[in-house]
Design a protein around this ligand. Structure first.
Ligand SMILES: Cc1cc2nc3c(=O)[nH]c(=O)nc-3n(C[C@H](O)[C@H](O)[C@H](O)COP(=O)(O)O)c2cc1C
Length: 164
């Protein structure tokens, strides 16, 4: 039986919103990654400094999640915020600690500037044994702006359901 799961990290809720909308469209479970020691968002400078440094230095901070059994799924959607032009460090941790082999993979990224290629290239390189089917980037998705992103998100979900 074909099964899909959406694995994601979200520090401030934007990627979470996308994940929840996609989960509803696809009727699939979501697995949210959490860090043992979460980045603080109370101080903007420190947030950019520590989270940005961890992404720029390709750090793999420890995840708080229990080991994730990916065997029931043949399709994985991996969603990440873009940090310092790259994949967020918690998603890097997930990709480094799980062997993802022979799955159909879709990538989702969210940022505030619309530059996703380096992030996607990094993830593809971290997934040498899976085929990345399609990638999609979203910019500044909030509850208030969701209606302007809805059509794009739903079209992407239709492609996933069609196995494209
Ligand atoms: C440490 C850090 C670095 C970021 N670097 C970028 C960047 O290089 N380009 C960009 O467009 N947005 C950047 N952003 C904005 C994030 O992509 C945006 O806040 C994120 O997608 C929000 O997702 P979330 O709410 O799920 O955490 C950065 C944000 C943080 C916290």
């Amino acid at each position: 039986m074909e099964r899909t799961a959406l694995i994601y990290y979200s520090l401030e809720g934007h990627t979470d919103l996308i994940a929840q909308k996609m989960s509803k469209e696809l009727d699939c479970p979501t697995i949210r990654l959490h860090l043992k020691k979460e980045f603080s968002t109370t101080n903007k400078f420190l947030k950019y400094f520590w989270a940005g440094k961890s992404a720029a230095l390709h750090e793999k901070p420890a995840l708080a999640n229990k080991p994730i059994d990916l065997s029931p799924y043949d399709t994985l959607i991996v969603a990440t915020p873009v940090w310092a032009g790259n994949v967020s460090s918690p998603v890097r941790s997930f990709l480094a600690t799980n062997v993802i082999e022979g799955k159909r993979v879709y990538l989702v990224a969210h940022d505030s500037g619309g530059s996703f290629e380096k992030c996607f290239a990094t993830i593809r390189a971290l997934l040498p044994k899976s085929k990345v089917q399609k990638e999609i980037g979203f910019v500044k998705v909030t509850k208030e702006t969701y209606s302007t992103h809805k059509e794009k998100l739903e079209a992407f979900c239709k492609e996933i359901l069609a196995g494209k």
